[in-house]
Design a protein around this ligand. Structure first.
Ligand code: GLA
Length: 679
C-alpha cells in the first residue's frame, strides 16, 4: 500500500486529513458493475498502465447493494474494494443515493420530485428524489450508514463521494413536501408573513399574503413570478439540497471521522441551483466536475475561469477535479472529439489552477445505457488506441508532478467577485434587456488578464480583498450586504476597482436600490446612472476613443469622478461612458457599457498599468501561465494553446520531461511544460 502519511493536508482549516493519493490523484468514475467480473482483471492492468491512483466507486449501485428493502448484499463490492487495494488504488467511495432503486420508487412514488406543471418524475432517470422527502431521507441515510459501517476500516477507502452532482436532475421540486418545507423556510427567514410581504413588495399586482400557507411554490403561471419570490425559491432549493448533503455527511462523520468527505460540484453551469460558495464550507475537500462546450472557440478560457472559481471557493486550498471528459461527451448537439493533446492540456490546466488531481467520467466507455456514446478513459476500441496512449501520457505527467501536490497557486494580484446569487437575481427578473449574460463580462476580463500572463482569483463576495491591487466587479447585479463597504475600504487602502454595468442594482431581496444605478456602488464611484438604454442585438454606439458599445448603455451623471470616455453618437452623444473616482490611495472605475474587443483591451491595459500589476512570468501570447508554490518549491505551469512554439522568460527543469530549460524556455506547440524553478 502507498504511504500517505507524508502527504497529510489540512483540507478545511479545522480538520486535517491524509490526501487521497500519494501525489496527484488520477482516475475516474468506475462502474465495474456494468461489466462481467472477467473484465475487472483487464481493468486493473490498464489502470496500472495508466497510473490510476483513485476511482470513484458505487455511484449508481444502490440497487445492487440493497436489491430489496433492507436486504444488503456486499459480495461484488467487497471483491472490488479488495481488488483495488491489492492494486494500490484508492476508492472514492460513493454513497449511491443518486440512483434510488426501482423497488423504492415503486413502493414510495411520493419520494420523487414534481415539476412546475405538477408532473411527478417517473422512474428511469437518476436523481429523481425530492430533497424534502422524509421517506427518501430515511432510506438514503440507512443505506449510507450500512455502507460506511461495512467499509469503515477498509484500506482502499480514501474519500467519501456523497451522491452525485446533487441538484443536477433534482434541482427544482414542487411536491407537497417541498411546499411545506418552503413555507417553513420562509417563516424562519422572515419571522412571519408580514416580513415576506415587505421583502418581496407583494403590494404589486395585489399579491399580499395573509398567511404563510398561502405562499405556494412558483408553479407554471402565465406571467413571470415576483423576482423576490423567485430569488428566495432559488435560495430555498439550494438550502434543501445542501441539507440533504449535510444529513449524509453527518452519518459518514459519525462512522468514519477520519475520512474526508466531498460531493461533486457543477461550478459554472449558468442556470445552476446550488450556492456552491456556501456549500464549499461544508465539504472537506472541494471537488468539481467540468466539461467543455465543443462549439465554444474559447473553451480553454472558460475552463480556466471555472478552475479559478473553484479555487476561489476553496479559499485557495487544493481542490479536486472529480470529473471531466477524456474525449467527447454525449449531451451536446454535436459531440466534438478532442484534438490530440487537448485532453492533457485540459487536465493540466485544472492542476495548474490548484487541483490536486484530475479524474474523469468515466473509466471505461459504456456499451449500454444512455451514456453509451460518452467517452471514457478506455474507449470502446480498447487500450491500444491513440486516446488511451494519451491517457497513459497524462498519467505519467501527473506522476511526475507529485512534488507540486499540496502546493497552492501563488497569491494573485487581481481578484474578481462572482456570486451565484447575482446570477439567480438576473434570472429571476425581467430586465431592460434579455441579452445580458451574467458571466460574460467576468469571462471576457478574465481572458484579457490571462492573455497578459496575469493571474486572477475568482472569489465570492465576502472573501478577503486585502491582497488585491485590482478588484473586478463584473455584472454583480445583486450586491450582497457589506460588499460595497468592503470595496470602499479596499480602495481607500490602495486597490483599483473596476465595476461594470448591471452591477449593484438590487439588494438581497432583489429590489432595485433607489436613486440611480449602480445603487450599491454610487458613492464609491462618484457617479450615478439615471437611465439604462439597452441596444438591440447587433446595434452599436460609438465612443470617443473610436471603440464601440453594445448591449447596454446608460445616461451617466458624474459627481466627483473624472470622465475617461464619452459616448460619441445617438441620444447619449457627449455624455460620460467610463468614469473614475479617486478615494484614498486607490481608484474606482465605472464602465457603463459592454465594450468591444479593442475597447476592453485598452481598458485592461490602463488598469494594469495604473495598479502596477505584474504577470506571473513574461510569456508569449497563447501561453497560459500560473505558479504553484509549496514546501517542495515553486512550479511554473505553462500551457501552449497555439500551434506554434512559444517562449517564456524563465528557466528550470521541466518536471514532465526532465529536460533542463534556460531562459527563454520554449513551450512547444500544443504542449505543457512545468518548470521546477528551484533547478
Ligand atoms: C455528469 C455526471 C456523470 C455523467 C457526466 C456525463 O458529470 O456526474 O455521471 O453523467 O455528467 O458528462
Amino acid at each position: 500500500m502507498t504511504d500517505l502519511t507524508s502527504h497529510a493536508v489540512d483540507l478545511d482549516g479545522s480538520r486535517s486529513f491524509r490526501w487521497i493519493a500519494d501525489g496527484m490523484a488520477f482516475g475516474a468514475d468506475y462502474n465495474p458493475e456494468q461489466w462481467p467480473e472477467s473484465v475487472w482483471a483487464e481493468d486493473m492492468e490498464l489502470m496500472r498502465r495508466a497510473g490510476v491512483t483513485n476511482v470513484s466507486l458505487a455511484i449508481f449501485s444502490w440497487v445492487l447493494i440493497e436489491p430489496s428493502d433492507g436486504v444488503f448484499e456486499w459480495g461484488w463490492l467487497d471483491r472490488m474494494m479488495d481488488m483495488l487495494h491489492e492494486h494500490g488504488i484508492g476508492a472514492n467511495l460513493a454513497t449511491p443515493t443518486a440512483a434510488p432503486p426501482m423497488w423504492l420508487m415503486r413502493a414510495h412514488p411520493e419520494i420523487t420530485t414534481v415539476d412546475e406543471l405538477g408532473h411527478r418524475t417517473a422512474a428511469g432517470g437518476r436523481l429523481s428524489w425530492s430533497p424534502s422527502s422524509a421517506t427518501f431521507r430515511h432510506y438514503a441515510l440507512r443505506m449510507v450508514r450500512e455502507l460506511a459501517t461495512r467499509y469503515r476500516d477498509h484500506p482502499a477507502l480514501r474519500l467519501w463521494h456523497v451522491s452525485n452532482e446533487i441538484g443536477n436532475e433534482n434541482n427544482v421540486d414542487y411536491s407537497p413536501e417541498a411546499e411545506a418545507a418552503w413555507q417553513a423556510w420562509l417563516g424562519k427567514r422572515y419571522g412571519g408573513v408580514a416580513g415576506v410581504n415587505q421583502a418581496w413588495g407583494t403590494a404589486f399586482w395585489g399579491h399580499t399574503y395573509g398567511d404563510l400557507s398561502e405562499i405556494v411554490p412558483p408553479h407554471h403561471a402565465r406571467t413571470k413570478h415576483n423576482p423576490g419570490l423567485l430569488l428566495d425559491w432559488a435560495r430555498f432549493t439550494s438550502d434543501s439540497l445542501l441539507e440533504h448533503f449535510i444529513a449524509e455527511r453527518e452519518v459518514l462523520r459519525e462512522v468514519t471521522p477520519d475520512t474526508p468527505i466531498t460531493t461533486n460540484f457543477m461550478i459554472l453551469s449558468e442556470d445552476g441551483s446550488e450556492e456552491y460558495s456556501g456549500w464549499a464550507h461544508e465539504v472537506d475537500v472541494l471537488s468539481n466536475d467540468h466539461y467543455t462546450i465543443g462549439t465554444d472557440p474559447l473553451r480553454h478560457r472558460e475552463l480556466e475561469f471555472s478552475a479559478d472559481r473553484s479555487r476561489g471557493m476553496a479559499e485557495g486550498r487544493p481542490w479536486l477535479l472529480m470529473e471531466h471528459a477524456a474525449n467527447a461527451v454525449n449531451w451536446q448537439q454535436v459531440n466534438r472529439a478532442k484534438e490530440p493533446g487537448e485532453m492533457i492540456r485540459d487536465s493540466l490546466s485544472h492542476i495548474a489552477r490548484g487541483a490536486d488531481g484530475a479524474l474523469f467520467f468515466q473509466w471505461r466507455a459504456s456499451t449500454a445505457g444512455i451514456e453509451q456514446w460518452h467517452s471514457g478513459m478506455v474507449p470502446h476500441s480498447g487500450g491500444e488506441t491513440r486516446q488511451f496512449r494519451e491517457v497513459e501520457a497524462l498519467g505519467a505527467a501527473l506522476k511526475a508532478l507529485a512534488p507540486a501536490q499540496g502546493s497552492v497557486v501563488e497569491q494573485a494580484q487581481v481578484g474578481m467577485l462572482v456570486d451565484e446569487m447575482s446570477q439567480w437575481a438576473i434570472k429571476a427578473s425581467r430586465l431592460p434587456t434579455g441579452l445580458l449574460k451574467p458571466l460574460e463580462m467576468g469571462r471576457r476580463i478574465h481572458k484579457e488578464l490571462g492573455d497578459r500572463g496575469i493571474s486572477v482569483d475568482v472569489v465570492p463576495s465576502g472573501a478577503p480583498l486585502d491582497a488585491y491591487r485590482v478588484i473586478i466587479v463584473p455584472t454583480l447585479y445583486l450586491a450582497k450586504d457589506g460588499v460595497a463597504e468592503q470595496l470602499a475600504q479596499a480602495v481607500e487602502a490602495g486597490a483599483h476597482v473596476l465595476v461594470t454595468f448591471a452591477s449593484g442594482i438590487v439588494d438581497e431581496t432583489n429590489r432595485v436600490i433607489r436613486g440611480g444605478y449602480p445603487g450599491a456602488f454610487r458613492d464609491l464611484l462618484g457617479m450615478r446612472a439615471e437611465e439604462i438604454r439597452p441596444l438591440f442585438e447587433g446595434e452599436t454606439v460609438a465612443l470617443d476613443d473610436g471603440t464601440a458599445a453594445s448591449i447596454w448603455t446608460e445616461l451617466v451623471e458624474v459627481g466627483d469622478a473624472d470622465v475617461l470616455r464619452r459616448y460619441a453618437e445617438g441620444a447619449l452623444a457627449g455624455q460620460p461612458a467610463l468614469t473614475r473616482s479617486v478615494r484614498g490611495a486607490g481608484t474606482a472605475t465605472y464602465l457603463s457599457y459592454e465594450p468591444d474587443g479593442a475597447g476592453l483591451e485598452a481598458l485592461v491595459d490602463e488598469l494594469v498599468e495604473l495598479a502596477g500589476v505584474t504577470p506571473v512570468a513574461a510569456v508569449d501570447r497563447g501561453i497560459s501561465v500560473t505558479r504553484r508554490v509549496g514546501e517542495n518549491g515553486s512550479f511554473l505551469f505553462l500551457i501552449n494553446h497555439t500551434q506554434q512554439d512559444l517562449t517564456v522568460d524563465a528557466s528550470g527543469v521541466d518536471l514532465i520531461t526532465g529536460e533542463q530549460h534556460e531562459a527563454p524556455a520554449v513551450v512547444p506547440a500544443g504542449r505543457v511544460v512545468v518548470l521546477d524553478e528551484r533547478s
